[in-house]
Design a protein around this ligand. Structure first.
Ligand SMILES: N=CN[C@@H](CCC(=O)O)C(=O)O
Ligand SMILES: [Zn+2]
Length: 422
């Protein structure tokens, strides 16, 4: 077995709260550090001066190292262009759910090969930006056949797949004469044949619980059916208003509720109330080693999407309030063609620090371990012994450069399971 020593690390952010931290409390920072990987896993971390011998050596030149980003929310299976919609928004239009239909039409027309290539290119671009674990969703097919193929294609490229048949009521279910029926008929299809056929390809079910998409009762039907089929639950909630999505997510034991722009005090408290911590203050979560355990227990994570908030000109999600109340927060890209056409987690983290008043340690945790908790994955989002050797090497001596030098190319090298991403 070949061992590799990664050394000359100025700051190693292990995200191990049990390790004495030389810097940000709880983040397990080791200065002048090294890490040894074997077979794609971390087998040793500590001071460079104490590092054991290894077969190979990577000198990281005094740079800071983070766990690879865990991007727990994206919509990458799509074709088509919505730049005109974005331009109109910049000229004053508001975001509305209806744009999803435009992407759905384009996606339905694309071949499997093309969708797979587009998805592969998107995953690769994300990896080159430091993302080593990704979730993605269906939701631009909205027929049984198109949702199944979206899920099957996604399965080949990412770590966790979410069924989002309840993204929008497609136009053929507009209830008019000659249509396939009403919104209720579409929900029947989602919880019936569509779910049955998609379930073998996915880990989670999700619903866009919002005005213009699905109301709380429709959303509850979707989530309950997904749970009954053995899937984990996630919710798009409280993006455009107080949609009731957060309360629904908490009631159904969702692994996350995402967007969370408009929250009442009761919403914040409900999310904080889902968190249990052990005697060391660690979040209790039942997660899978080597993959997601979607139905594992744990908190309903509040996933914030800073790039989406900017692109839709929405008020930022109240990250500070959520953290102060004790909720678990994740940061994700929400890559999609409508509201957030970026996988740049460096940008999301920098924005969370600059604009959402998160400390650097809070933002780094949210984009690594927070995402892993939201995906119910145990061995990513941190660099402790046994974790995947997913290393994000910054071209800087300190991780604060992510916010200090916004927009600069801060990713120097990325290693996924110990191998360099090129
Ligand atoms: N809000 C719902 N779904 C996506 C946007 C989808 C679209 O507009 O194409 C989101 O998370 O922002
Ligand atoms: Zn989304």
């Amino acid at each position: 077995m070949t061992t590799t020593l990664f050394t000359n690390i100025s700051e190693l952010w292990t995200m191990d709260p049990l390790r004495e931290s030389e810097g940000a409390k709880g983040a397990g920072v080791i200065r002048d550090a090294a890490l040894v990987a074997e077979n794609g896993r971390v087998v040793w971390v500590g001071k460079a001066a104490d590092a054991p011998d290894a077969d190979a050596r990577e000198d990281l030149g005094g740079r800071a190292v983070l766990p690879g980003w865990v991007d727990s929310h994206s919509h990458m299976v799509f074709d088509g262009d919505r730049s005109a919609e974005f331009e109109a928004r910049m000229a004053g239009e508001s975001y509305a759910a209806g744009g999803i239909q435009v992407t759905t039409d384009a996606t339905r027309s694309a071949s499997d090969e093309r969708l797979s290539r587009l998805l592969g290119d998107r995953v690769r671009a994300a990896a080159l930006g430091g993302t080593t674990t990704m979730e993605t969703k269906t939701g631009y097919g909205l027929t049984v056949e198109d949702e199944v193929r979206s899920a099957a294609i996604a399965r080949d490229h990412v770590d966790a797949v979410t069924f989002l048949g309840a993204h929008l009521v497609p136009s053929e279910f507009n209830g008019e004469k000659g249509s396939r029926g009403t919104a209720e008929d579409y929900v029947d299809l989602v919880v019936g044949e569509m779910l049955t056929q998609v379930a073998p390809h996915v880990d989670f079910i999700d619903v866009f619980c919002e005005k213009g998409a699905f109301d709380v009762e429709q959303s509850r039907r979707v989530l309950d059916a997904g749970k009954a089929a053995g899937l984990g639950v996630r919710v798009h909630g409280n993006q455009l208003g107080e949609s009731g999505g957060v309360q629904l997510a908490v009631e159904t034991g969702a692994a996350s509720v995402d967007h969370v722009n408009f929250l009442s005090q009761a919403d914040v408290e409900a999310l904080a109330g889902t968190v249990s911590r052990d005697s060391d203050g660690q979040v209790e979560v039942d997660a899978g080693e080597g993959g997601a355990r979607p139905t594992g227990s744990g908190p309903t994570v509040a996933t914030i999407l800073p790039a989406c908030d900017i692109s839709t000109r929405m008020p930022f999600a109240p990250a500070r309030e959520l953290l102060d109340a004790g909720a678990v927060v994740a940061i994700a890209s929400n890559l999609n063609p409508g509201t957030s056409f970026t996988s740049a987690m460096n940008f999301c983290v920098g924005t969370a620090v600059l604009q959402q008043h998160m400390s650097l340690a809070e933002a780094l945790f949210a984009a690594t371990r927070g995402g892993a908790i939201a995906l119910r994955m145990a061995d990513v989002g941190h660099l402790t012994v046994g974790a995947r050797a997913d290393l994000h090497v910054l071209d800087a001596p300190a991780a604060i450069h992510l916010a200090y030098r916004p927009g600069m190319p801060m990713t120097w090298k990325v290693f996924a399971r110990g191998a360099e991403v090129k």
